[in-house]
Design a protein around this ligand. Structure first.
Ligand code: GLU
Length: 509
């Protein structure tokens, strides 16, 4: 069997939408599953739509996601160049072949001519299509004599090259996801395959490259399905065996109809891009999964399930498990609804599974930024490790550490008014002063021992645990939530605990 070769072929027209990364991922998974190659090809023949920084963005997004190409633009390989703007001579040669064989023709219709035709048809309630019905009456090599064509070419008159769709043929196409699709070629138009600037259009460049790069499977978004008949006809025209095709379902909005857009992300407060992107024209920055604190493995896991299922109940996968489980036959035909809550849940599962040391590496930069402290020294690092051990179960994103553990690094300056209203009563100051004296004399300063001594004192004074411990928690953390209170007390240290009690008594009494 031929080894599998797949490609991701983005056009650098802006940041990659998560749908683009999902396409790359499915290609990657198939390649890895069968020991094949995953290739990155940059499709930049449409120079008008080129956006600076987009190619770098694509590469960085793939690298961050962990779906690294084996070959392609920036990755080497012997079938390059892998950027279409560097392959112009290749395309010209194949366009010439089709011209010589009468399978394509020169067309001299100007954009103005075509616009007028479109308007004329529109007035009659019809749609103008450049096809087998009209091509013989238009300004092209099918209606002009060879001498006239030569004269035009010699004089430098601008032209495009159009593919001559064979008429009246029934095409039976096979899509690995959608099955058989039958179409009559008379429904198709004679697409431009080379533009007046001498550059090929997407269609020609795409199939020439897939052929020359020996691509075995084309896995791409559903929006390319209407182009499939043309692509198959181009393969036939060249006498090449086409690759197999799989068109992926759309990613739909969380609610309502239509595909997931940039605006849905802004509205719902979730990113639709892998990495943040600053528009070079407007300066506007759109957030990315990386910047929101998603782990690459969670991001990939979430994307994998948008349109594919393993055929069983599993939902959490490492990349290796995905490679193992992946299969084109379990890709759905219908659109995949994006669920921001599910994305978050998957992130939580992956974050919770991180080994201690790795989780620490994620939270350290957050804490360093918030506190302005250097936390990598042995002592501070150990302190952070203990803090993390106490709150780790509550974290979904690295940045959550601050919500749950800021008081381990900064004494509260204010107290949550709701908590105070609920738990700080008129007798609290007196009680807390009494507790302060108990704490001042506890030795050794260790959670179990503190608990025992404080417990005994509460019982002796017949005070009730909540009445004493809740105000203590407010004094130490500023709020009513947090990890085990006695462990917190131990970790903060006696001096700090007494200081915080004094401050709360002064502020709240
Ligand atoms: N350049 C096309 C895109 O941007 C690639 C389509 C294909 O994979 O054939 O989506």
């Amino acid at each position: 069997m031929k080894s599998i070769r797949v490609r991701f072929a983005p056009s650098p027209t802006g940041p990659l939408h998560i749908g683009g990364i999902r396409t790359a991922l499915y290609n990657y998974l198939l390649a890895k599953k069968y020991d094949g190659q995953f290739i990155l090809r940059i499709e930049d023949t449409d120079q008008k739509r080129f956006v600076p920084g987009a190619v770098e963005y694509i590469r960085e997004a793939l690298e961050w996601s962990g779906i690294r190409p084996d070959e392609g633009y920036g990755y080497g390989g012997d079938k390059g160049p892998y950027k279409q703007s560097e392959r112009q001579t290749v395309y010209r040669q194949y366009v010439q072949q089709l011209l010589d064989e009468g399978k394509a023709y020169y067309a001299f219709d100007t954009p103005g001519d075509l616009e007028r035709l479109r308007e004329k048809y529109q007035k009659q309630g019809k749609v103008f299509t450049y096809n087998h019905e009209v091509r013989h009456s238009l300004n092209n090599a099918l209606s002009l004599s060879p001498e006239e064509v030569n004269a035009k070419l010699k004089s430098g008159e601008p032209y495009t090259v159009r593919f001559k769709i064979p008429e009246g043929k029934t095409l039976v196409l096979n899509d690995l996801i959608r099955g058989e699709i039958t179409i009559n070629t008379s429904e198709l138009d004679d697409k431009v395959i080379m533009k007046s600037d001498g550059l090929p259009t997407y269609h020609l460049a795409n199939i020439v490259d897939d052929h020359l790069m020996e691509i075995t499977h084309v896995i791409r978004g559903e929006e390319w399905l209407p182009s499939l008949p043309l692509h198959i006809l181009l393969y036939e025209a060249f006498g090449w065996e086409p690759p197999r095709f799989a068109h992926l379902p759309l990613i739909l909005k969380p609610q309502g109809k239509g595909k997931l857009s940039k605006r849905d992300g802004a509205k719902g407060g979730f990113p639709v891009f892998p990495l943040a992107w600053t528009d070079p024209q407007t300066g506007e920055t759109l957030s990315g999964y990386r910047e929101e604190g998603y782990l690459p493995q969670a991001f990939i896991n979430m994307l994998a399930l948008l349109g594919w299922n393993p055929g069983d109940e599993r939902e959490i996968f490492t990349i290796d498990e995905l490679i193992d489980a992946f299969d084109l036959s379990h890709i759905n035909k219908s659109g995949a609804r994006f669920d921001p809550g599910k994305a978050r849940w998957i992130q939580q599962q992956h974050f919770q599974r991180l080994p201690k040391a790795e989780m620490l590496e994620y939270v350290l930069p957050v804490l360093e930024e918030k506190t302005g402290l250097h936390l990598r020294g042995k002592k501070m690092r150990e302190y952070v490790e203990k803090v993390l051990e106490m709150v780790r179960e509550r974290l979904v994103f690295p940045a959550d550490i601050w919500e749950w553990a800021s008081f381990f690094f900064e004494a509260p300056k204010t107290f949550n008014p709701k908590a105070v209203k609920k738990q700080w009563k008129s007798q609290t100051p007196e009680m807390l002063s009494g507790l302060r004296n108990v704490l001042a004399n506890i030795d050794p300063w260790e959670a179990g021992h503190i608990k025992e001594k404080v417990g005994a004192w509460i019982q002796e004074k017949e005070l009730g645990f909540g009445k004493v411990l809740q105000p203590l928690r407010i004094a130490l953390t500023g709020d009513l939530k947090g990890p085990d209170l006695f462990q917190t007390t131990e970790l903060l240290g006696r001096d700090e605990v007494l200081k915080r009690i004094d401050f709360a008594l002064e502020k709240l009494s």
